[in-house]
Write a protein that binds this ligand. Sequence first.
Ligand code: DGL
Length: 260
Amino acid sequence: MIAIFDSGLGGLTAVRELRSLVPGASYIYFGDTGRVPYGTRSRSTIIKYALQDMRFLLAAERDISAVLVACGTVSSTAMDVLRESFRLPIFGVVETAAAAAAAATKNNHVAVIATAATIRSGAYERELKRIKPGIKVTAKACPLFVPLVENGFTGGDPITKMVCERYLSPVRESGADTCILGCTHYPLIRDEIAEALPGVTLIDAGAEAVKAIVPYCQGKDDVSPRYFVSDDPEAFEQFAKRLLGGDWVGRAELVDIEKY
Ligand code: DGL
């Protein structure tokens, strides 16, 4: 059983990838829909939230073989604290995305777009430079993307396209040939991002991380996925149905995350 968490809906893009790579994978998902976004908050608040999210998941399910932190913000800000605090394999999205981008770039120039907290952490940049010293990195915070996605401004919405153009024109002009979508919400506006970055290879950080946890899914019983949120389970269910397709039959349960 895999545990997956995010600040809200974005981690479902990783769930979608997991379901396509390992049909029937058993997992438990927590989306902190009551406290999203994390990406505008301080490091200490993000760490506090991430510890609560982990404590909840471990209390809700005993048989967890690995955790996927399907949130770029937590992955870039709190992984050291999580790994010190819990004795089980915990995967973030930074290392695998940086490895994929370093392998993909032909002109040795990678862009990273993510939340303000992720960009401030410098985590993707550090990892890219560790893998490929001398690589050029252009980083751009895109703080409006998460609220646009959470409020359903997807599917080619003109406002989202305008915001993409505003944030991404400097990225386009930087000449980077590869761009990491460093926040798991961003694949939900991938087409709009691609339109603003023609010819640029996009790396989906959540999808890359899922490949790393696949070995932990195998050989497990096929148990129905469980979903938990900290606010508005109905809205979450509707969103999950749209994203994961008609075979999604789960229910989302409400959690008082402040208790953990
Ligand atoms: N999906 C989260 C991430 O990858 C969203 C961030 C937020 O809550 O601001 O960073």
